[in-house]
Design a protein around this ligand. Structure first.
Ligand code: NAI
Ligand code: MG
Length: 350
C-alpha cells in the first residue's frame, strides 16, 4: 500500500462542490490501485478569511509544507474587495512555496472537437497546447502602490526567475516528446519583455534540436485561434500566461475542462488546481464542471509518481465524455448532469 497525505483547500464559490468530486475520484482510484490517501483540511480563501481573519492562515501554510502534495480549489468571493483574498491565498501561497512553474495543458480529446468554438477546419490537426507560465514574479510580484490619484505595479523579471522557467519549458517539452517551444512576450514595447526575449535566445542554445520562435502576445492571441496547430509548448510570463491559458481553455471547450499545476521541481512541491476561478455566478447550484479539478488531481497523481493511476483518471474523464456525459457548460443542447452525478460517472469508469 502506498500512502500519501494531501492538503485540501476547498476554496470558495464552486470550490467545495468540485473538491467533493476530486475526493470521490481519488478515493476510487485509491481503492483500485492500493493507494491510501489522507486528506488534510487546509482552509484558505474568502471563507477562511471570514472565519480566521486571514485568507492564508499560518497553519494552512504549514499543512501545505508538510503534506506530500496540495489540492487547491479556486478562491475569491464577490462580497470582499477584489485582490484581498487573491493576493494572499493565490499569490502569497505560490511565493511562499516558491511554486515558480504554472503548468496548464489544454488538449482536445479525439472525438470531442464539437466542444470547441473553433471551426472544424481550424482544429482538423487537433489541439494540444501547454502553457508554461512563470508563476513567481512579473506583474504579479505584489509590489505596487495605490493612492487616490495614481496606481503602479512593479513588474519584476530576474535572471534567476526567467532562466529557470524557460529551462523548465524546454525540459518539459523534451520529456513530453514535443519538438517546438514558443516564447511569448511584448518585446516591442516592454523592457521586461526585451530582457525575457534575450534570455530565451540565450537559453535555447542549451537545447539544440528544438524548433523555437518568439511571438508578441497580441499576435499570439489571434494565432491561437487562427492556426493553433503551430503550437505545442508556450512559455511566457505571469500576466500573459494567465490570459492565454484562459484562451486555450476556451478553445478546448470550457474553463471547466482545463487543469493546472503550480510546481517547484527542485523542492518537489506541487499545488494542483483548476485554472478557473470560484465562479460565484454558478456557486451552490451543483452545476459546475468538475473536470478541470479532477484532471488537476490526475496531474497530482503523476507528480506523486503514480503515472498509471493518473492515466486511469484521465482515461475515465475521456470515457465519460465519449459516452455522452456532459455538464451544463459543455452540453450544447445535450442532456447534462449535475456536478456530483458527473463525478459519479467518472468514478464509475476508473
Ligand atoms: P471564473 O473562472 O470563476 O469564471 C469565469 C466564467 O467561467 C464564469 O461564467 C463561470 O461560471 C465559468 N466557469 C468557471 N469555472 C467553471 C466550471 N468549473 N464549470 C462551469 N463554468 C465555469 O472567473 P471570474 O468570474 O473572473 O473570477 C471569480 C473569482 O475567482 C474572482 O474572485 C477571482 O479572483 C477568482 N479566481 C481565483 C483563481 C484561483 O483561485 N486560482 C483563479 C482565477 C480567478
Ligand atoms: Mg486566471
Amino acid at each position: 500500500m502506498t500512502k500519501f497525505s494531501i492538503a485540501v483547500t476547498e476554496g470558495d464559490g464552486i470550490g467545495p462542490e468540485i473538491t467533493a468530486e476530486v475526493i470521490k475520484v481519488l478515493k476510487k482510484v485509491g481503492e483500485t490501485d492500493r493507494i491510501e490517501v489522507e486528506f488534510v483540511d487546509a482552509p484558505s480563501g474568502g471563507a477562511a478569511y471570514k472565519k480566521y481573519g486571514n485568507a492564508l492562515p499560518d497553519d494552512t501554510l504549514k499543512i501545505y509544507r508538510d503534506c506530500d502534495a496540495i489540492f487547491k480549489a479556486p478562491v475569491g468571493v464577490p462580497d470582499l474587495p477584489p485582490g484581498l483574498i487573491e493576493h494572499e491565498a493565490i499569490l502569497r501561497a505560490r511565493q511562499e512555496l516558491d511554486l515558480y512553474v504554472n503548468l496548464r495543458p489544454a488538449k482536445i480529446y479525439p472525438g470531442m472537437e464539437n466542444l470547441s468554438p473553433l471551426k472544424d477546419r481550424v482544429i482538423a490537426k487537433g489541439f494540444d497546447v501547454t502553457i508554461v507560465r512563470e508563476n513567481s514574479e512579473g506583474l504579479y510580484s505584489r509590489r505596487g502602490t495605490k493612492t487616490a490619484d495614481r496606481a503602479t505595479d512593479e513588474s519584476v523579471f530576474t535572471k534567476r526567475g526567467v532562466d529557470r522557467i524557460i529551462r523548465f519549458a524546454f525540459d518539459y517539452a523534451r520529456k513530453a516528446g514535443k519538438t517546438k517551444v514558443t516564447s511569448v512576450d511584448k518585446a516591442n514595447i516592454l523592457f521586461t519583455s526585451q530582457y525575457w526575449r534575450s534570455r530565451f535566445e540565450e537559453i535555447k542554445k542549451e537545447y539544440p534540436g528544438f524548433e523555437t520562435e518568439s511571438i508578441y502576445v497580441d499576435a499570439m492571441s489571434q494565432y491561437l485561434i487562427r492556426c493553433p496547430e503551430r503550437y505545442q509548448v508556450v512559455v511566457t510570463d505571469n500576466m500573459f500566461g494567465d490570459i492565454l491559458s484562459d484562451e486555450t481553455a476556451q478553445i478546448i471547450g470550457s474553463l471547466g475542462l482545463c487543469a493546472g499545476a503550480n510546481l517547484n521541481p527542485e523542492t518537489k512541491t506541487g499545488m494542483f488546481e483548476p485554472i478557473h476561478g470560484s465562479a460565484p455566478d454558478i456557486a451552490g447550484k451543483g452545476i459546475a464542471n468538475p473536470i478541470s479539478a479532477i484532471l488537476s488531481a490526475a496531474m497530482m497523481l503523476d507528480f506523486l509518481g503514480q503515472a498509471k493511476s493518473a492515466s486511469k483518471v484521465e482515461a475515465a474523464v475521456q470515457k465519460a465524455l465519449a459516452d455522452g456525459c456532459r455538464t451544463g457548460d459543455i452540453a450544447q443542447g445535450m442532456p447534462w448532469l449535475p456536478t456530483s452525478k458527473f463525478g459519479d460517472e467518472v468514478a464509475k469508469r476508473i
